[in-house]
Write a protein that binds this ligand. Structure first.
Ligand code: UDP
Length: 368
């Protein structure tokens, strides 16, 4: 089985790292293509180094443009790489422009697409991620769904049968594997003089929050009104907007550069609360049993809200943000296990290994 994996953004490096390990164990020949969507060393290279990912076979260096520009350039360059490598399948992750570009390039070449994290929906088509997910799922030949909810979402769009496999969530696997490593290696708490459970951890990066002056101000004011220490590894997009809008960082917010995954896991584990608009960080809060307040109008990970591990707070009222954060501290949710047993990456690798390749080629869906 010869596979091309296309990644480009931070969350994809985490997911691909753990799946690559499983693919390697099963001797799948994998070439990684990095589109360049995230290019700062602390948003990209640190993940390849710390998570011991294979170096990209090709780095396309595409980033910094509009969604349309990036996606178009990526399709063109990925198509050339796929012609060169001629893989049995293309493996893509999540919901970024890199995901969609790879799916379109592969679909046009009749190369089967395997989508990890298939079936997630926010039902908000204004989010660029939602459009990317829907289109990628509909172009895919193998859909690795993380949860039952994701399987149901796909079925509601007419995608069902053998091509949809509920494998669990690869980020759960990553949290278990790299979480143990972080305990041994990360000294981030000491470096930042943080005491366990004495701080909240926050991340903000979604376009709907960072590109909107009102929402971004509410989030920062909400942190100020919460009052306790808030550690904020600052995403480059948030940094650019805060500077551009001329917003002030509240005194109780400790802004740091984006950190590597091992430090991030450590910061998550020892926070008293996580406030975030990240998809991945919401789940990681749950994996480490830390209460979470999600700074969005909706979430794809509805099971965490239903079970009480997470609560949604729209960033339209700073008092409401502060109240939701304060109320979350010390809470625990119901005992649920919606993300599998920590073997999602191995199940994906098994399906994609030699035997998997045969079945994939025989799958009638491939021909569509
Ligand atoms: N992350 C990290 N360092 C940081 C912030 C986030 O390693 O400074 C990790 C985080 O633990 C998670 C992933 O990046 O695994 C989430 O990425 P992001 O929030 O950018 O994207 P999303 O999950 O919303 O797609």
């Amino acid at each position: 089985m010869k596979l091309v994996t296309v990644v480009g953004a931070r969350p994809q490096f985490v997911k691909a790292a753990i799946v690559s390990r499983a693919l390697d164990r099963r001797r799948v020949d994998e070439a990684i293509v990095h589109t360049g969507q995230h290019f700062d060393a602390n948003m990209s290279q640190v993940f390849f180094d710390e998570l011991e990912m294979p170096a990209p076979a090709r780095h396309l260096g595409i980033g910094g443009g509009t969604h349309g520009q990036n996606t178009g350039r990526m399709i063109e360059r990925i198509e050339a790489v796929l012609v060169e490598f001629s893989p049995h399948a293309v493996l893509v992750y999540g919901d970024t422009d890199s995901t969609l570009a790879a799916a379109i390039a592969a679909a046009k070449l009749n190369i089967p697409i395997a989508h990890v994290e298939a079936g997630l929906r926010s039902f908000n088509r204004r989010m660029p991620e939602e459009v990317n997910r829907v289109l990628t799922d509909h172009a895919s030949s193998l859909l690795f769904a993380p949860t039952q909810v994701a399987v149901r979402n796909l079925a509601a769009e007419g995608i069902a049968g053998d091509l949809v496999i509920e494998v669990g969530d690869v980020m759960h696997d990553a949290a278990l594997f790299y979480g143990a490593k972080a305990d041994q290696t990360s000294n981030v708490l000491g470096r930042l003089s943080l005491r366990p459970k004495d701080y909240a951890l926050a991340t903000v990066h979604r376009a709907e929050n960072t590109d909107d002056l009102a929402r971004l101000s509410v989030i920062l004011n909400g942190f100020a009104k919460y009052g306790g220490k808030v550690v904020l590894p600052m995403h480059p997009r948030a940094k650019a907007r805060i500077e551009g809008f001329g917003l002030r960082i509240p005194a109780n917010v400790l802004v740091i550069e984006p950190v590597g995954y091992l430090d991030m896991v450590m910061l998550e584990k020892h926070a008293c609360l996580i406030a975030t608009d990240s998809g991945g960080v919401q789940k990681e809060a749950f994996f480490h049993r830390v209460p979470c307040a999600t700074l969005r109008d909706e979430t794809e990970w509805v099971e965490l809200v239903d079970s009480g591990w997470n609560r949604l707070v729209s960033p339209v009222d700073a008092d409401a943000v502060a109240r939701a954060m304060a109320a979350a501290v010390g809470t625990i949710g119901a005992a649920i296990a919606p993300y599998g047993r920590g073997d999602a990456s191995d199940r994906i690798a098994a399906r994609l290994s030699e035997d998997g390749a045969e079945r994939l080629e025989n799958d009638p869906q491939v021909a569509r």
